[in-house]
Write a protein that binds this ligand. Structure first.
Ligand SMILES: NC(=O)c1ccc[n+]([C@@H]2O[C@H](COP(=O)([O-])OP(=O)(O)OC[C@H]3O[C@@H](n4cnc5c(N)ncnc54)[C@H](O)[C@@H]3O)[C@@H](O)[C@H]2O)c1
Length: 243
């Protein structure tokens, strides 16, 4: 079978890189997007398998950059079968101290970035009459969290966007699902104070932090034929934290 192409945002490191690694092992061609050019270059060099991997340095929150990337990706790779909206950031702070620019930035990258790629890539999927969109949300988008009003709102927005896109595109055989990771050991969580990490660990029934590979495995399932009848769902992958 001809290799299918999947576009992954935030693919330079962390969960995005683990997703790229898993999908590369499974023989997909990959379009890798990240704001950090050095990490992207390193990712392309180190991915396994013999697929075609093309990197694009791009800020997901900038619609015109995303338009250029999607057009060039389709030109070079042909139709896009899968999209993983993974790029995301935190700018934590209690509400009363939260700077409006930190609110805006987190919403722009996490939510608007997901909208930008979903809108532009889904147009191509609709024409192919097949497609898989996977959005990386967070358990914080389900529960809320003190000190993360911006992040929680952005991820709740991603979950609502996922449900709406599933309803709009289901008739064209395009599925759209979200994954809500709990605490996954990456650069994003490394910067949390030890105290916070310890108290989080106590709230995880499986008594360990998740690994990026735990999320990559679920993305790979959602991209597979076995997941063809799942859409509009949010799969929580959190060691039992949120039930
Ligand atoms: N680590 C966790 O515990 C955890 C938990 C729940 C959800 N998540 C979500 O998983 C996703 C990946 O997180 P991670 O832990 O791997 O974080 P990370 O910080 O290690 O990686 C994020 C990647 O996104 C890229 N990125 C950031 N802003 C970008 C932009 N504007 N345009 C393009 N790329 C950009 C970064 O350069 C980086 O490569 C995020 O959406 C995050 O919110 C993570």
């Amino acid at each position: 079978m001809e290799k299918r192409t999947i576009l992954i945002t935030g693919a330079g490191r962390g969960i995005g890189y683990a997703i790229a690694t898993k999908l590369a092992e499974q023989n997909y061609n990959l379009v890798l997007v990240d704001i950090n050019a050095d990490d992207l270059e390193n990712a392309v060099k180190t991915l396994p398998g013999d697929g075609k991997f093309i990197p694009f340095t791009c800020d997901v929150s900038d619609y015109s950059q995303v338009e250029t990337v999607v057009a060039k990706a389709i030109e070079e790779m042909g139709p896009i079968y899968g999209l993983v909206n993974n790029a995301g950031i935190t700018r934590d702070g209690l509400l009363l101290r939260m700077k409006p620019e930190d609110w805006d930035l987190v919403l722009r990258v996490n939510l608007t970035g997901t909208f930008n790629f979903t809108k532009l890539v889904s147009a191509n999927m609709i024409r192919q009459k097949i497609g898989r969109i996977v959005n990386i949300a967070s358990v914080i988008g389900l529960t809320g969290n003190a000190g993360q009003a911006n992040y929680a709102a952005s991820k709740a927005g991603v979950i609502a966007l996922t449900k709406s896109v599933a309803k709009e595109l289901g008739g064209r055989a395009v599925t759209c699902n979200a994954i809500a990771p709990g605490f996954i050991a990456t650069d994003m969580t490394d910067k949390l104070p030890e105290q916070v990490r310890e108290s989080m660990l106590k709230s995880i029934p499986l008594k360990k932090f998740g690994q990026s590979e735990d999320i990559a495995a679920v993305v790979s399932f959602l991209m597979s034929e076995d997941a063809a009848y799942i859409t509009g769902q949010t799969l929580t992958v959190d060691g039992g934290m949120v039930t």
